[in-house]
Design a protein around this ligand. Structure first.
Ligand code: ZN
Ligand code: ZN
Length: 131
């Protein structure tokens, strides 16, 4: 069971889903939404993610993408894309133990900020992860 939530503790979630596609995303939307040079995500099946009490606030960051965040403290929490509707991405650093789900690659590395150095030996995909 993975548990996590936002900074202030209002929104808490649990998932018994097996994490997959753990990744570091350099895309411009993630950067802007999190005000961070990159965002670590992992996926679980959408039905496997459960909010304990309060629901996060939702907004569309593009035509097919819904993101959520805590309405009180603003922590980004999830990313959902209509093209992979059964899956949801969870911000790895919202986990109580982010070390439990280490990233396996970088996506949208073509957008990586030049001052950010990522010589971690992981694959760097220029855009989305190839199938
Ligand atoms: Zn919060
Ligand atoms: Zn992204």
């Amino acid at each position: 069971m993975l548990k996590g939530g936002c900074f202030c503790g209002k929104v808490r979630y649990e998932t018994d889903g097996k994490p997959f596609n753990a990744s570091l995303c350099h895309c411009i939307d993630c950067r802007r939404v999190a005000s961070s040079p990159l965002v670590a995500w992992f996926s679980v099946k959408r039905e496997a993610l459960h909010y304990v009490d309060a629901q996060p606030k939702e907004f569309a960051s593009s035509d097919k993408v819904l993101r959520t965040f805590c309405p009180d403290c603003g922590s980004p929490l999830t990313y959902w894309n209509a093209d992979a509707a059964d899956d949801i991405d969870v911000a790895t650093c919202s986990l109580d133990d982010p070390a439990a789900v280490p990233p396996a690659d970088h996506v949208w590395a073509s957008r990586k900020l030049q001052w950010l150095h990522t010589d971690d030996g992981l694959p760097h995909y220029p855009e989305e992860r190839p199938d």
